[in-house]
Ligand binder design. Sequence first.
Ligand code: PBG
Length: 323
Amino acid sequence: MIIRPRRLRRTPAIRDMVRETTLSVKDFIAPLFVKPGKGKKDPISSMPGQYQFSVDTLVKEAWELWGLGIPSVILFGLPDKKDATGSRSWADDGIVQLAVSAIKNKLPDMVVITDVCLCEYTDHGHCGIIKDGAVDNDATLELLARQAVSHARAGADFVAPSDMMDGRVAAIRKALDEEDFQNICILSYAVKYESAFYGPFREAADSAPQFGDRSGYQMDPANALEALKEAELDMEEGADIIMVKPALPYLDIIARVRDMSLVPVAAYNVSGEYAMVKAAEANGWIDGKRIMMEMLISIKRAGADLILTYFAKEAAGRLKIED
Ligand code: PBG
């Protein structure tokens, strides 16, 4: 007798019934870039379909995403000026702070997340402050905490530290609690690799390091046990959600982190993953829409509960059609 798994693949209705993983707009967190000015929506050349917005056009974009059922956005700021300590990152009139309050003002129920890091705000482009040519971990913690508190004050629901300093989740939690922000969640970039897949983002956010690289603080792509250690540390320090980043080259890590963690797991489908699809699609080499959906379902199947993705808007449109 032949065992026939194909019986369950025979019709669309049967396939729908036995599908193990589903994708929903509720899984998506849309990354958005915001900069000073008015009426701006400047295309990012290496990320077709993505823009640098000014606050007014950003609110319009958030409105459209909310209308599609996408519950959440994560904001990245391009400040008016940079300095050695990234001081514009914790200014109450900083670009992200203005953007958060503008979105919450129009869309109070939208979950607004802010990226907490210094690299977009420092003139040297590193994620912490520099002492003797290297990023100083402990001196950076206080600045990250200050930035997180100022995002919370502006109305952020979640802060998302992406700097990879040791001890930053605990430092941020303590600072938030001291300022009476007990209800603000921390989505920690717990497992963040030192990856070339961030290339297009660094154009989008103008955040490339001006010397050296980030291998002194971001993780070695060869390491998996270290990922579990980072995830455990961040949970112990009080992270409400932990993230693995990038997503596609690290599906094994997403699966292992999902297995060992008791909090929701997010995955960041990063700029390079997006750019590759867009470039191949533009050349007519692949069916970009199908590849997009296949990538997203794979990230979900690996174990991610939430996906930060530049495809959010496009995939939401696609999910509507398939419904
Ligand atoms: C800031 C930060 C980066 C990304 C998210 N937050 C860049 C980096 O670490 O160099 C990358 C996101 C992407 O590539 O889409 N530290």
